[in-house]
Design a protein around this ligand. Structure first.
Ligand SMILES: Cc1cc2nc3c(=O)[nH]c(=O)nc-3n(C[C@H](O)[C@H](O)[C@H](O)COP(=O)(O)OP(=O)(O)OC[C@H]3O[C@@H](n4cnc5c(N)ncnc54)[C@H](O)[C@@H]3O)c2cc1C
Length: 252
């Protein structure tokens, strides 16, 4: 992370950039994580980072530039450029240098939230495909009577139910104020996989109509693909489980 915030009197001066920021052009406020102590002067890379509340509307054109970054799905993604943006020192959240801890706490909540969103997708795919498979007749019988169509849907249902249990476990730990890093990460991993497999089964069950815009399946299939990459990629979750749960050597 290279974006810097340097103290100057009653302000911090921010310089740097952030790619992939959803909906910044539709938001009033921004939580910004920036480096306040150079990496060379801290023990751990996560130290020396601070969180600030930035008033987006007041900052536009005064050191903050936001440019749309069109993507495969409609997420209103943007890129942010900070060029000596001056923000009041009062907008520092918590203590200077401890920002990464605060952000990490929020990331677990985000993972549980995204896992729930993925589960919603999985259920929509399975329900939509099951209804279609009951009514679409090919070779004189509903396609859902064929195991080749039925079993991927049944497997997806089982995967979604299992992921649901992990999402609820992570949410319960988070609500109780307990550590939930492994559970939140596993919930996101399992729910993202469940929704992707359900999306594949749904699109395949619909044959050509899986690709027809009017059925919304191709759109939701594209949207659910995002969960393999954001807000954290599948590989990085596996690396986290390998290192922090199984005690294996750090892989990166
Ligand atoms: C539509 C969209 C909206 C987004 N919105 C936001 C947002 O609002 N706010 C925000 O902060 N971010 C947002 N993001 C960013 C998103 O969180 C990142 O794209 C995501 O975390 C992956 O990081 P990256 O793109 O830098 O991929 P990279 O880190 O470049 O990784 C590329 C690939 O390499 C793999 N990889 C990298 N390192 C390793 C390793 N050590 N071992 C194994 N595999 C590895 C990754 O798994 C990935 O598949 C958004 C992204 C998208 C596409």
């Amino acid at each position: 992370m290279k974006t810097r915030a340097e103290r100057d009197g009653d302000s911090y001066v921010v310089t740097g950039q952030k790619v992939w920021t959803s909906r910044a052009l539709h938001s009033d406020l921004l939580l910004l994580l920036a480096r306040t102590t150079p990496e060379a002067d801290v023990k751990r890379r996560g130290d020396g980072l601070s969180v600030f509340l930035v008033d987006i509307r007041a900052s536009l054109g005064k050191g903050l530039d936001i440019r749309p970054l069109p993507a495969m799905i409609n997420h209103n993604t943007t890129e942010l450029f900070f060029d000596a943006l001056r923000i009041p020192a009062d907008n520092l959240i918590g203590e200077e240098g401890k920002g990464f801890r605060y952000i990490l706490d929020g990331l677990n909540a985000e993972r549980i939230l995204i896992a729930s969103e993925a589960l919603g997708d999985a259920r929509w795919f399975i329900r939509t495909a099951s209804e279609y498979a009951k009514t679409r007749i090919v070779f004189d019988r509903p396609i859902g009577q064929n195991q080749g169509v039925q079993f991927p849907l049944a497997r997806s249902h089982a995967e979604a139910e299992a992921a649901d249990l992990m999402v609820r476990k992570a949410a319960a730990l988070f609500d109780a104020g307990e550590a939930c890093g492994p559970d939140a990460n596993m919930a996101k991993l399992l729910a993202a996989d469940a929704s992707w497999h359900a999306g594949e089964a749904c699109l395949q069950s619909h044959g050509g109509f899986g690709l027809a815009r009017e059925y919304d399946i191709e759109r939701k299939w594209r949207e659910t693909r995002l969960f393999q990459i954001a807000p954290i990629s599948t590989n990085l979750i596996l690396a986290y489980i390998g290192e922090h749960v199984l005690g294996l050597p750090r892989s990166y």
